[in-house]
Every structure is written in C-alpha cells, then in structure tokens.
Ligand binder design. Structure first.
Ligand SMILES: Cc1cc2nc3c(=O)[nH]c(=O)nc-3n(C[C@H](O)[C@H](O)[C@H](O)COP(=O)(O)O)c2cc1C
Length: 443
C-alpha cells in the first residue's frame, strides 16, 4: 500500500493525537512546532471545517527510510538506481475521486504559520505537469500563497517546472494544466524533491521503490495526472500571463524570504476523499529540511565515491537547515584526500556553504561526534578550505541573496596521517552482551 493512511497506521507509536479543535491560523502550526522532529501530529478537527489535519509525517530520517523501505546503507544507491530506471505508473481510478467538485480554497484548512505571513500557505503540495504532447513531465514541491477563493501565487525557482513554463510561453500558450497533490505516503512525497533528468516524471522514479504499485489518476478538470490514493488534489491552470506577489515566506532558514512577483495558479477543480486528511508541513521545520536536503545526499555520495574508495555517509544537517551544511564521513587513504572530498561535495550541491569531512570512525549523523572530530582533529591554519566569491544559496541571509554570491568554507576534521594515530583514538570501556542487557533494563 502506498497511501498516507497505511503509513500513519504503521507509525502510531510515533504519533500524538490532539482531540481539541485547533484553528488553522497559528494554532495548528504551534502544535506542529511543539513536536517538530519527533512526533507526527494529528489534529482531529480543524476549528472551522472539522477536517483532520496531519503534519510532521516525514519529520525524521528514520520515518523517511521506513517509508522508502530501505536503510541508511542502501538509501543512496537505491535512489540513484530508481532515478536511472523509472517505472511507468499505472493509470486508473482511486479514492481521491470520491468527491469531485469545483471547490473553493476557503473550504480547505490551509494554515497560516507565522506572525508576519502574508496569508495562508499550502506547503505540502506536489505539482505535476506535462507538456502538450505528454513528452515531458515533471513533479516538484511548490509553496502556494492563497490569494482568494480561486487564486494562489506559486513560487517557482528556475529549475524544471520553470523551464517547462518558458517553453510553453515560447509556443504562445497562456496557461498550463497542473495538479497539486496533498496527503501522500512519504515515498510518494519524496518524488516532489527528487531531481530526475528533465522530462522524467519523478512519480515514475518513486514507482521503482514501490515495486510498480503507484497508480495515478487522470484529473477531472485539467489534463494532468495525480496519485490516485492522495487525500486531496487541487486542479489548476498555471497562468503564464498573470503574476502576483508571493511572500514574504518563512523558508528553510526560519527567516523571511523576500517578496517576489510569481505566477498565479487558478483553481478550476478539487478532488478529495470523502473524509480527507489535510496534510500540513511546517516551513523551516525538520520535515521541510529533511525533504529538501536528504534527496541531495545521493549525488554528494556519488561524487565523493568517485574519488575515494569508501563513503560511510553524508548528512545534510538539520542545523544547517538541510541545505547549507553537509558532513561527509569517508575512509581516508592519502593525506591529500580530504580537500578533494570537500571540493567534490561543493560541486555536487552548489548551494552548500559549509562542509565538514570526517574519518569513517565518526558517525556523520551524530553531530556531537562531528563536533568532537573538529575539536580534536582540525587545525585551522592547515585544514581549512576557503572559496570566496562563489555561488551559494539565495536562502543564506549572510550572503548576497540577489547575486547568490558568498564564501564556501570546508573543514577537514580528519586525523593527520603523519602523526601517531594512537593520540586520536577514542578511549573505550570494555563491555559484553550480559552487561549491555543488564544496563538496558535501567535505561
Ligand atoms: C517542502 C518543500 C517545499 C519546496 N518549495 C519549493 C518552492 O516553493 N519552489 C520551488 O521552486 N522549489 C521548492 N522546493 C524544492 C523543489 O521542489 C525540489 O528542488 C525539486 O527537486 C525540484 O524539482 P525539479 O528538479 O524536477 O525541478 C521545495 C521542496 C520541499 C521539500
């Protein structure tokens, strides 16, 4: 099964359910913030509509791995394999068609998250688009600011969806049909943040993970596909001749992004399950950061793996907002390896600002160990790589956000090979199974 409901059943012990009605304005966001990075939050009733709302579904790395039915050691090779061998999804009907109507945005409990937000924002929506001949498809996450009952402004960073809009404009088209899907299994959700070659549907990529079981359905009001077992699908016309103000939006950094003129999406239809669950995603929360950063890790793993024999792991860290900081743990064979690894890491993810490389005895997902490696193995005058005046992320408030220029810093926190290795060894306390078992009882 590849729907949100089946996944929620499998993680009940990681879920907190709030039975008191909460408001879509700030109250639900506050509940999501309270349990961010730990629990899935189910709000049984949104105050105005009585709709069930769920957030934080993919808020931990372990839950994403569970959703993808893989483990951390196989994750990167599986994502690369799936990206190289997409499997075409079946097309049929599904529960998302239990209700088909014209719809109004005010009937949907779209959340206002932060003081200073310009209005309610849809943040967990995955946009599907195909061109007229159906030759090129794309799936990607896009935030949508609700402007009124029928219009939203959509943030489109120049990537594949942007390229499709440019091509359509060149052909003289005035709009493109899109579906915006919410309420998805984590494995389907991740389609929105994977990058497959231009024209490839990322739904087909995740279908590889799902053993060919992902079924899409034809929308009723637009020429677009959407997961047949989504909770809610908004059917829209992405206007190529109309823009509106988008922002300021609280992005990954937890600070406000700038306001921009962005295209308008006009709502022309809604499909949903009878008792649909509205899926929320807290901007700048763990889920946002993980869903952005984790899909970038396989490429870093691949680039670094091309220059050293073994990469233990790659962590686009939560503290680095899943986007600006990365830790790579690898097996060092030559004294000069770490700086090459740093350069490969920066090349694989151009938005990166700071990278730390550590030896393979350091767990890259354990930030206390990483900091310990910096404290005990790094010497600032020899082990620092500085790259000034280089492209960084527009999301870095310290950089030049217009020109996307900044400085990259690489930290080599690996042991110098020419020094006695004994001095870098972490002391251990001997233990055995009996003692471990005994101590676990008290833990
Ligand atoms: C929760 C979330 C929200 C996102 N919001 C946006 C957005 O508003 N605009 C955008 O262009 N990309 C956004 N992204 C990033 C893209 O969806 C992501 O980079 C995707 O891989 C781009 O697809 P493409 O490579 O097929 O172009 C978001 C990602 C996540 C995880």
């Amino acid at each position: 099964m590849s729907d949100l409901r089946s996944f929620l059943k499998s993680v009940q012990d990681e879920t907190v359910t709030i039975s008191e009605p909460l408001s879509r304005e700030f109250e639900i966001a506050a509940a999501l913030k309270k349990f961010d990075g730990e629990k899935i939050v189910v709000i049984e009733k949104e105050k105005e509509t009585g709709t069930r709302v769920v957030g934080g579904v993919s808020g931990t790395r372990d839950r994403i791995l569970k959703g993808l039915e893989t483990n951390i050691n196989d994750l990167y090779s599986s994502i690369i394999r799936a990206t190289n061998s997409p499997v075409k999804c079946k097309v049929g009907d599904g529960p998302v068609k239990e209700f088909v109507k014209k719809g109004r945005l005010s009937d949907i409990p779209v959340l206002t998250h932060f003081k200073g937000d310009p209005g309610p924002y849809i943040t967990s929506g995955i946009v599907y688009i195909k061109d007229a001949g159906g030759e090129h498809e794309n799936v990607s996450f896009h935030r949508l600011l609700v402007l009124d009952d029928k219009r939203m402004s959509i943030r489109i960073v120049p990537r594949h969806l942007y390229r499709m809009t440019q091509r359509a404009k060149e052909k003289g088209l005035r709009s493109l049909d899109v579906s915006i899907s919410l309420g998805l299994h984590p494995a389907v959700m991740i389609a929105g943040s994977l990058t497959a070659p231009f024209g490839t549907s990322e739904f087909n990529v995740v279908n590889n993970f799902l053993g060919g079981e992902l079924t899409l359905t034809e929308c009723e009001h637009v020429d677009a596909l959407a997961p047949a077992d989504a909770e809610l699908v908004l059917e829209g016309k992405l206007r190529l001749d109309e823009t509106a103000t988008e922002g300021p939006f609280v992005d990954l950094s937890g600070t406000f992004d700038v306001k921009r003129q962005q295209p308008v999406v006009e709502l022309v239809g809604v499909m949903h399950r009878e008792d649909y669950i509205y899926q929320a995603l807290l901007p700048s929360g763990s889920e946002h950061r993980l869903m952005m950063g984790l899909p970038k890790e396989p490429r870093i793993w691949e680039y670094v793996g091309a220059i050293v024999p073994h990469v233990r792991g790659v962590n686009m860290t939560l503290g680095g907002m899943g986007w600006l900081h990365c830790v790579v743990s690898f097996e060092k064979f030559r004294e000069g390896d770490p700086k090459n690894v740093l350069m490969a890491t920066f090349a694989a993810h151009p938005s990166l600002k700071h990278a730390v490389v550590v030896d393979s005895d350091i767990d890259p997902y354990n930030m206390e160990q990483v900091e310990w490696a910096i404290a005990t193995r790094f010497k600032g005058d020899e082990d620092l790589l500085l790259v000034p005046n280089v492209r960084v992320s527009s999301l870095d408030p310290a950089g030049d956000q217009e020109k996307e220029l900044g400085c990259k810093v690489g930290i080599d926190a690996t042991k110098p090979m020419f020094k006695d290795q004994e001095g870098f060894r972490r002391a251990e306390i001997p233990t055995d199974d009996r003692l471990e078992k005994l101590l676990r009882k008290y833990y």
